[in-house]
Each structure stands twice: as C-alpha cells, then as structure tokens.
Design a protein around this ligand. Structure first.
Ligand SMILES: O=P(O)(O)O[C@H]1O[C@H](CO)[C@@H](O)[C@H]1O
Ligand SMILES: [Mn+2]
Ligand SMILES: [Mn+2]
Length: 390
C-alpha cells in the first residue's frame, strides 16, 4: 500500500515564545502552556502519551518514558503570525515580506470603489474584534443594510452581514469584488465573509464563513504531491488558505469535532497522498475571544478523539499533529501570538520517541511530507524523514 500522510493543524495551538516574539509584541506567550498553568493540569492523556511533554522547553506537561510518537517543535522564519503565513511556510513557501495590514482602516478610495462596485454602503472600517463589532454595528446594519467592513492585526478585509438581511450569495459576491480590489499594493492575505444571525444583543456568527485568499505565489508541496498523481484532500479551511491551489478534493467543516469526523471519514476511504486538516475553533472560538476555559475544553475534546483517529489509520499511514501560530488566551489583546508550534508524528512505520529537537522552520514539515510521499521537495525546509521512518 502507498504511504499516506494525515497532517492535522490545530489552529493556534502554539507551545511557547520564539526568540523573536518580542518584536511581534509577544512576551511570555505560550498558548498551550499558559492554559495548563491556569488550571495546574488539564486532561490530555493522549497528547501526553504521544510526547507533548517531551518536547524541548515545553515543561507544562511531564515527559513520559516511552512516547508513542516522535516529537519536536518548529520555529517560524516568515515575518508574520497569521494563518496564511503559517500554513504557507509549512508547505515550503517563505513569506519574507509581511502581508499588508491596515491598522487605521482602509483608505477612502478603496472603500469608495468597494461601495460603487457592490452598491452597498460600508460602516465600521477599522480594526476590531469580530464579535465586538457586531454588538456595536449589527443593529445599524439590520436597519440600513450597510455592510460592516473591518480588519484586525492580521492582513484581512472582513465583511460581516446578517444572513437574513443580505443573502449569503451576495455576501460571497461582495468578497470576490473586494478580492479584486485588494491586489497589488493593497494585497491583503484574505478577504473574509463573516455572516451572522440573531437579534441585537444576541448575534452569533455562523459556520458559513468563507476566506478568499491570494494564490500562493509559487508551487508548494501540495502542487508537487498533486503533480505526482496523488490526492491532496483539504478538510476545513485548508482549501481557502491556498485558494484551492494544489488541492484535488475539499470539504468544509462546521466545528473542530466535525473536522475530526470528516478527517476520519477520509482516512477510512480509498485514497492516497495527503489528508490535510485545519481545526479552527481553537483560534476563532476561543483564542481570539480570550476564552481560556473554552480553549482548554476544546483541547481536551480533541485529545479524546486521538485514539479513534489512530485506530482508523492503515499500517502505512503517518499522522502529524502541528499548529500554525499561537493565540494565547491568557495574553493581553485579542490577536495571534508568535510562538513555536509542536510536531508530533505517529504511525506503525514511524519510530517512537525520536526527539526532532527545535526545527529551524515550519517548512521542515512540508519537506518531510513531500519526502515521505516521493514528491518534489520544497526549496525551503529540511526533511527529517530519515530520522523517523522505520
Ligand atoms: O475577531 P474575529 O472576527 O474572529 O477575527 C479574527 O479572525 C480573523 C481571521 O483569522 C482575524 O481578523 C482575527 O482577528
Ligand atoms: Mn490560524
Ligand atoms: Mn485567527
């Protein structure tokens, strides 16, 4: 049987400050570590067995004697701490020039162009937390049908609209118009549709969020794997993060647990190559909301599903758990945090207990995946396949 890799990104589950985190305004950040510290201990027996506590410098979980996985952590070299940057680096691209951000909102000309092309007026136009801005402007939007445009510390142009006020299709259409406007000098990493429902004081965002990314500017290992005739199956927001480039099949998800379900469904199916999953609730539902308890519960909930993932794997399958940046819910503000990400690799054909140390770049993961699948290696990153395969 062909080898298959299941690469699962636990969105924002970082494991501690990088040497350059201070430059990003992040001191003492440690998403998983600080959550554990808040409670003394959390219930993650499976991550513990895999060796999360054996990772160099991650001291919030006690190391185990015989971890069932190989373990390590990766540094981010790209100049950013957002989802796009993290995932692109992971598959072999380096983002040397940070994506453009708009800390004072978007220039007047951009808003005017957007208004004239969409036929809708804009309110907001500033950096904001997505839930706070609904409290502030949701009611106004419902009365006037003006759309709420906002940004954040990330390179994003976000459009919020009530699903019963503006049909989803129109919202997605507006995102496509914004995507065309926000290119060249104004190339934001993502345009994001933020539909919501409910009544003033009780608004909730729905799972119909869509991200409209830029194309990765070069081929990644996803293209290399696809070009070999293998499957590249995207679960959750992976398809959006790469704007579909290098992906052969995709499914969107409603929640972390739905993401795990759909990943397991694909593990059970006949396919070969890569199953690439992103579990975004950690980040969007808990990290940005600075909801420590919610984040802790979400990690415990994921941990509890690990045995089921493993039981469904074929002998040739290789599972990699990692993350794309941090989002420490105990830290000030509501933004991502610059952190190391964990790497845990498990499979019947993978050696257990190998310490992969501190890898210089997330791209080591992509290089290793390409190497395992016999695809062209990325320009960046060093494969550690020879260290881990039996
Ligand atoms: O506050 P919300 O809308 O969840 O925004 C968060 O989600 C967006 C994309 O990750 C970023 O802007 C981030 O700040
Ligand atoms: Mn992310
Ligand atoms: Mn985020």
């Amino acid at each position: 049987m062909d080898k298959r890799v299941i690469l699962m990104v636990l969105d924002s589950v970082g494991i501690g400050q990088l040497p350059d985190s201070e430059k990003f305004g992040d001191v003492g950040v440690n998403t998983l570590g600080n959550i554990i510290k808040t409670y003394g201990k959390i219930n993650i027996p499976n991550l513990t067995k895999m060796g999360i506590g054996n990772i160099d410098g991650f001291n919030e979980v006690d190391p185990v004697e015989n971890p069932i996985a190989s373990f390590g952590k990766c540094s981010e070299v790209s100049q950013g701490k957002d989802t796009t940057t993290g995932h692109w680096e992971m598959v072999g691209l380096r983002v040397d020039k940070p994506f453009k951000t708009f800390p004072n909102g978007f220039p007047k000309e951009i808003i005017e162009e957007f208004e004239s092309k969409t036929g809708r007026k804009v309110v907001g136009n500033k950096p904001a937390s997505g839930t706070a801005i609904l409290e502030e402007l949701g009611e106004h939007h419902m009365k006037t049908k003006d759309v709420i445009v906002y940004t954040s510390a990330d390179s994003v142009f976000q459009i919020a609209a009530h699903e019963e006020v503006i049909p989803l299709e129109e919202l997605y259409e507006m995102c496509k118009i914004a995507r065309e406007i926000m290119r060249g000098d104004n190339a934001v990493a993502r345009i994001i549709a933020r539909p919501f429902v409910g009544t003033p004081g009780n608004f909730t965002r729905t799972a119909n969020r869509r991200d409209f990314s830029l194309d990765p500017y070069e081929d990644t290992i996803l293209d290399n794997i696809k070009n070999k005739g293998l499957d590249v199956i995207a679960v959750g927001k992976i398809e959006d993060i790469f704007n579909g480039k290098g992906i052969t099949e995709a499914v969107h998800t409603k929640s972390n647990m739905d993401g795990v379900d759909k990943t397991i469904e694909y593990i059970k199916k006949e396919n070969k190559g890569l199953i690439f999953t992103n579990l975004v609730d950690f980040d969007s539902k808990y990290g940005h909301r600075r909801n420590v308890e919610g984040y802790k519960n979400a990690i415990e909930e994921l941990d509890a599903r690990i045995p089921e993932i493993i039981e469904n794997m074929r002998d040739e399958d290789i599972l990699i758990l990692t993350a794309d940046h941090g989002n420490d819910p105990t830290y000030k503000g509501t933004d991502h945090t610059r952190e190391y990400v964990p790497v845990l690799i498990y499979g019947k054909n993978v050696k257990s207990g190998v310490n992969l140390g501190i890898r210089k770049t997330f791209a080591d993961i992509g290089a290793t995946v390409a190497d395992i699948l016999g695809a062209t290696l990325p320009k960046n990153g060093e494969s550690f396949k020879s260290l881990i395969l039996k």
